[in-house]
Design a protein around this ligand. Structure first.
Ligand code: ADP
Ligand code: ZN
Ligand code: ZN
Length: 667
């Protein structure tokens, strides 16, 4: 009888699957996890196929199956293979880390018992089901029109803030879940602390179904039980962040991507995948509908919709009939000079809003107390010794902290260079603004929400609950305050100091700024009385504000798309970034020059190669970083190029490490 050979992928940069003999008494199928020897170790692999012959002469044997968990589906295997090819990495490097730790670690003695426990994990208790509002005509048109019948159907909902996108998702889910007792739905959300609220909302709408979530903040055991519940079909709804695009389902019938423009869908480590793009791929593999939603769609998705690749739906009204669109005005800080960060007009508006019993949100996109501490005497500045950045002063801890590497030291009492006592915090972060607000409005209840205050599990939800319950008068915070919250009583939103982003060298900076300002403005006026938005700026004549004032995303997007078309930028071209790291910037750049020479040699005319340059933040954790930008006329051309380039580049000797970031979002 012919030998039976299993082709197995493992978590290693090796591109091709490895071959192992299957012992005669071992029953194993494609998609199943197995234990295989690799060098002197034992590792978890996934069987992706069988063959009778092998390129290798001496084969070792599969040790065992891991457990009785059913095989991963062929759709899942195709998705992970596509991801690996597209993002230029090993199949196993995508597939294995996509499993929760429990399913990719070597099984211990109690493995089977733990599995049983995971399967029995008690479901969250469900309060009574929540009422379901009558959809307005724009909303119901979407629910009617989205094709739910066994075909790839990509759609984009462009709906202003508060237009009831969530409600549309819930209705689409309901349709899919009620007509097919096996159907499962994946709802993807950005990486923020919002998932608990949303999960609760979804669960209370569907008390009859098991709803699970999957995000990086969860304990490993929870992740494992959520994963298994989806894999085995018990859970009908998964609410998850970017990694959930790789979740395993028994019968996935619909994907929803909320806030599809959000940069957190792009992974910034390991395999640098974009979960929104992969969700589209997954829907096309599974032949199911996918609905993206945003108040400010990414220009990539918006262009796809304009080009007819996605069905475009619009929600132009606020869904709650009591709600009003906020009135937006600019405060010209060249004239109305801010005192401790706040101009007179802003301060008056805050006082007025609090006095009328409504809440204020102050948005400042910078955490900490002050971005840098400076010596007034000699000019010394607090820099990180390991990175080419400033160390930020955090008053709550009394320390200087680097936001890139986490290095931290107590704030020195005197200047480390000249001994002077005159150390001054320069600039303003959320902690300093919080202090200022507390000083000026001592009666008001001020809360802060940023990555620092949200670090402890649950603390962000506590602050958000307090805002919802009316126990907060002023909420100061970074982007986290901008996202999706359905606050009912916000009368004023204040935006401090976003001017630097108007002139960033990153060509996406304006798109992001517009998006975050729309988001944060959208927190005002969501019920009953009108809401006001004040933006402090010295560039009152900038176009971006004109479009913001009239809530005109489409006008803004048209302008940006035109500018990008004129200069062949994404989405009118495709990019890949090669980032190299090493001890010295000179050798990093020299290596990138070698890659550039190789790229020039094999490139087609539709590829453009730029000069290697240091990264904007050149050094992080004592590692110097440089980049080589490659541009192509299309993603297809880029893939053709990378598929030739990558294997040859791997054979070049590098002193440090390097990686390819396909469709980069950050430079
Ligand atoms: P978005 O996600 O578009 O910002 P939400 O889905 O949060 O908007 O909806 C905003 C508010 O409007 C929520 O309080 C929601 O319950 C309410 N809402 C949504 N649809 C309707 C509707 N058809 N009738 C009444 N209220 C609605
Ligand atoms: Zn000094
Ligand atoms: Zn640092």
């Amino acid at each position: 009888m012919a030998k039976r050979i299993a082709n197995v992928i493992v978590d290693s940069p090796i591109r091709e699957p490895l071959d192992y003999l299957v012992p005669a008494d071992l029953e194993i199928q494609v998609g199943q996890r197995c234990l295989v020897p690799l060098g002197s170790r034992k590792v978890i692999g996934i069987v992706i196929g069988f063959s009778e012959e092998s390129r290798f002469s001496k084969l070792r044997e599969v040790i065992s199956r891991v457990d009785d968990v059913s095989p991963l589906s062929s759709g899942w295997l195709v998705l992970t293979l596509f991801s690996a090819r597209y993002y230029q990495s090993g199949w196993g490097q995508v597939a294995i880390p996509a499993l929760p730790k429990f399913f990719r670690k070597l099984p211990g003695k109690l493995h089977e018992r733990s599995l049983e426990r995971l399967r029995k994990e008690k479901k969250r208790s469900v309060k009574k089901s929540s009422e379901k509002p009558q959809l307005n005509s724009e909303q119901s048109a979407i629910v009617e029109e989205v094709q739910l019948d066994g075909a790839f159907y990509p759609a984009l909902i462009f709906g202003i803030t508060g237009s009831g996108k969530t409600e549309v998702y819930l209705h689409l889910m309901e349709k899919v879940l009620l007509r097919d007792p096996e159907a499962q739905v994946l709802l993807m959300v950005p990486e923020i602390n919002l998932t608990p609220q949303l999960v609760e909302k979804v669960q209370s709408r569907f008390p009859q179904f098991e709803v699970v979530s999957w995000n990086s903040g969860m304990a490993e055991g929870q992740k494992a039980s959520s994963w298994l519940a989806c894999h085995e079909g018990r859970a009908r709804i998964l609410v998850g962040t970017r990694l959930s695009v790789f979740a395993s389902f028994k019968s996935l019938k619909l994907i929803l991507v909320d806030e599809e423009h959000d940069p957190s869908f792009k992974s910034q480590e390991g395999v640098r995948y974009n979960a929104r793009d992969l969700a589209l791929k997954r829907a096309s593999i599974e032949q199911i509908p996918i609905v993206l939603g945003s108040a400010t769609p990414s220009l990539e998705s918006y262009k796809n919709a304009l080009d007819g690749k996605f069905k475009l739906f619009k929600l132009t009204q606020r869904a709650n009939s009591n709600a009003h669109l906020p009135q937006l005005s600019l405060v010209d800080i060249r004239k109305d000079k801010p005192i401790n960060g706040l101009s007179q007009e802003t301060a008056n508006a805050i006082t007025e809003t609090i006095n009328s019993g409504r809440q204020v949100i102050v948005f400042l996109n910078r955490r900490g107390f002050a971005p840098v501490v400076e010596c007034k005497n000699c000019g010394w500045q607090s820099t990180c010794p390991h990175c080419s950045t400033y160390a930020v002063f955090h008053k709550t801890t009394g320390r200087l902290t680097c936001h890139y590497c986490g290095w931290s030291t107590p704030l020195p009492k005197t200047c480390p260079k000249c001994g002077s006592y005159e150390l001054l915090p320069i600039g303003r972060g959320t902690q300093r603004a919080e202090e200022e607000l507390e000083t000026r409005w001592p009666e008001a209840r001020v809360s802060r929400l940023d990555q620092d205050s949200a670090r402890q599990r649950g603390s962000a939800s506590q602050v958000l609950d307090a805002v919802h319950n009316g126990d907060v008068d002023i909420l100061i915070g970074t982007q986290i305050v901008a996202k999706g919250h359905d606050f009912k009583n916000v009368g004023l939103v204040v935006v401090l100091n976003t001017d630097p982003q108007l002139f960033s060298s990153d060509y996406r900076a304006r798109e992001r700024l517009f998006s975050v300002l729309m988001q944060v403005s959208g927190r005002a006026g969501r019920d009953k009385t009108e809401g006001k938005v004040l933006i402090q700026t010295r560039y009152t004549e900038d176009d971006i504000f004109k479009h913001l004032k009239s809530q005109d995303y489409e006008g803004f997007a048209a302008g940006e798309l035109e500018a990008r078309r004129a200069s062949f930028m994404v989405p009118f071209s495709a990019q890949a970034l090669i980032v190299a790291e090493g001890k010295e910037i000179s050798s990093v750049l020299a290596f990138l020059q070698k890659l550039k020479a190789l790229a020039e040699k094999i490139k087609s005319p539709s590829i453009r190669i730029f000069e290697p340059v240091p990264l904007t933040v050149q050094k992080v954790m004592d590692i110097e970083r440089g980049q080589l930008l490659i541009e192509a006329d299309s993603k297809v051309e880029m893939q053709k190029f990378l598929n030739r380039f990558q294997p040859e580049a791997l054979s070049l000797k590098a002193k440090g490490s390097w990686y390819i970031d396909v469709d980069p979002l950050n430079y």
